[in-house]
Every structure is written in C-alpha cells, then in structure tokens.
Design a protein around this ligand. Sequence first.
Ligand SMILES: Nc1nc2c(c(=O)[nH]1)N(C=O)[C@@H](CNc1ccc(C(=O)N[C@@H](CCC(=O)O)C(=O)O)cc1)CN2
Ligand SMILES: Nc1ncnc2c1ncn2[C@@H]1O[C@H](COP(=O)(O)OP(=O)(O)OP(=O)(O)O)[C@@H](O)[C@H]1O
Length: 198
Amino acid sequence: MLPTESRSTLRKYFRQQRNALSNAQQQLASVQLLKQCKSLGIYQQAKTIACYLAQDGELSLTPLIEDAWHRGKDVCLPVLHPFAKGYLLFVRYHPNSTLQANRFGIPEPVINLPDIIPLEEVNLIFAPLVAFDEQSRRLGMGGGFYDRTLAPVLKNALETHICGVAHDCQKVETGLKSDRWDIPMQQIITPSKIYRAS
Ligand SMILES: Nc1nc2c(c(=O)[nH]1)N(C=O)[C@@H](CNc1ccc(C(=O)N[C@@H](CCC(=O)O)C(=O)O)cc1)CN2
Ligand SMILES: Nc1ncnc2c1ncn2[C@@H]1O[C@H](COP(=O)(O)OP(=O)(O)OP(=O)(O)O)[C@@H](O)[C@H]1O
C-alpha cells in the first residue's frame, strides 16, 4: 500500500485485513493488548477512560474494559450525538448498562443525562482506527467523528491523552498523509508494540 492511495482505497484494504483475522487471533490480540496497556503509566493512573465496542474486525477492548471495571475506573463509550451531526458524546458504561444499536449497527449505551461524561473529565481515550503509521497518524472510518469531537483537546490544551488502538496488520508501512483536521494520537498501541508520536 502506497501513501498516495486514496483514503477510500486504504480503508477498504485495511478493513479487509482486520476482518480476515480468525477468532483465535482476535482473542489473543485482545489479551495481548490488555498486557500492553497495563504497562502504561497513563492507563494505571487514569480514573476515566473512553473505550469502544469492537465491530468490523476491530481489536476488541473487552478484556481491557473488564480490567478497568475491576480497578474501579469509570469506563465510557462513544455515542453518536443525537443533535450535533458528526459529533460523539462519551457516555458511562457499566456492566448493567442498557445498550442499543446506532445507525451503523454498533451497540451504544442509552443516553441518561447524568451518564454523559464531559471531555475534560476523560483522562484517556482509546480511539478505534482503520490504519495507522509509525508517526502515530490515524485513519478512521471516514465519518470524522473523533476528529471533530476531540478538536477541543488540542484547542483548549486539555490533558486528555489519546491513544489509537489497532491490530499489527493495520500499519501502513509507507506512512499516511495527514489532513489539517486530523487529531494527533500520543501513541498507537498494538498487541505487539507501542508507537509513540515523535
Ligand atoms: N467500534 C467503533 N465505534 C465507533 C466508531 C468506530 O470507528 N468504531 N466510530 C468512529 O468514528 C464512530 C462511528 N463511525 C462510523 C463511521 C462509519 C461506519 C460505517 O460502517 N460506514 C459504512 C457506511 C455506513 C452507512 O453510511 O450506512 C461503510 O463505510 O461501509 C461505521 C462507524 C463511533 N463509534
Ligand atoms: N474538526 C473538524 N471540523 C469540521 N469537519 C471535520 C473535522 N474533522 C473532520 N472533519 C470532516 O470529516 C470528514 C472525514 O474526516 P476523516 O477522513 O479524517 O475521518 P476519520 O478520522 O477517518 O473518521 P472517524 O474519526 O469517524 O473514525 C472530512 O472530510 C472533514 O471534512
């Protein structure tokens, strides 16, 4: 894959790559990912973390979410904003949360106002992605949801830490082009390696 390929060609290719992993590979990857995260000070210290529920071959955060609950951390999930098109809300997720599928078929917690967690209160965000490169650049599903929602982290210099999460096979060896609205990831975590932004 060349960096000159269009974003849609890259998305198609890397979505196929991650969907080709077997259940056993997926399960192993999710456990290895937890191991990587446990070694990170930012994870150990975070009180509130934003995760996602894997779809379309994404690396599952289920073991990580269970570990976070076990350690008494608050976990939240992205929910498509009901009014502000293209934006996400982060909503608290606990073992008894009621989930409903959004328009992409991804389960998300039903919105109860007290469960909406303001971005300023989220210490660590695990962002799903379709492809990444050595410089921790991220290519997502194409909705611009994370870029829009996380723009205030840069603008207001929030302390929220943003980590991309991906399978090793989602790495673009030759690099990705970044656009002016792309939100930089502090690091990308895969089951075998942590890539830090330079
Ligand atoms: N697990 C997970 N949750 C997430 C995201 C994600 O990437 N992964 N998102 C990250 O932003 C947001 C949802 N963004 C998405 C954007 C496009 C498609 C998608 O399947 N697009 C179809 C076309 C669907 C349609 O328009 O009906 C496609 O490209 O084939 C899915 C999710 C919020 N929640
Ligand atoms: N901060 C922003 N403000 C306004 N529009 C934006 C912003 N960020 C992204 N967009 C728009 O969203 C569209 C999709 O962006 P991009 O291809 O970077 O999405 P993505 O990062 O792959 O998706 P996602 O974050 O949902 O996984 C872009 O064409 C851009 O016009």
